[in-house]
Design a protein around this ligand. Structure first.
Ligand SMILES: [Zn+2]
Length: 173
């Protein structure tokens, strides 16, 4: 029976360690955006397409392959940034099931599902180097979006008709 106090001591130590682990959890954000239900593996591309990179100075948290009720997903939390309509549309190209939650004062004040737009302006560069949107003319790129039956997305340049498929991520401006 002499082992009982020792056991108790051990379990105390273990619960202390668990407490520390909880402290390392991602904290809630005060003001900003949580992009949830991102297609697994797309979190970094989502940040790229909304121009959150090395020059962005606020806190950004990324969770990849998090298990949720709807299966694996990536989640991105960005402090101090709300997305434009254009950015939300861009996210839908990578992650059509994503939801965008706007946080103010730690509360979700708006939650919206992204929707694939009919047209994408200015976010991507046309693959054709001779396209007028790649010339010195002040013309923004413009793509017509086509959603295929298998869920793949095709983007057709409105100027030169070049088509981009899933490789479009390489052509983010
Ligand atoms: Zn073009």
């Amino acid at each position: 029976m002499s082992s009982t106090p020792e056991k108790n001591e051990k379990s105390t130590i273990r619960s202390k360690k668990l407490g520390d682990k909880n402290d390392l959890r991602i904290k809630a954000i005060e003001n900003g955006t949580v992009i949830d239900h991102i297609t697994p593996g797309q979190a970094l591309n989502v940040l790229r397409i909304i121009s959150v990179g090395e020059n962005f100075k606020n806190t950004v948290s990324i969770v990849m392959n998090a298990g949720g009720a709807r299966g694996d997903k990536d989640v991105v939390k960005i402090e101090g940034k709300e997305l434009t309509e254009k950015e939300v549309a861009a996210i839908s190209l990578l992650s059509p099931k994503a939801t965008v939650n706007i946080i103010r004062n730690f509360e979700v004040i708006e939650k919206k599902q992204v929707a694939i737009p009919q047209c994408v302006h200015g976010i991507l560069k046309c693959v054709n180097p001779n396209c007028i949107s790649n010339s010195k003319e002040p013309i923004d790129s413009r793509f017509i979006v086509k959603e295929c039956k298998n869920g793949a997305i095709h983007l057709r340049c409105a100027y030169c008709e070049s088509v981009m498929t899933e490789n479009f991520i390489k052509n983010i401006i």
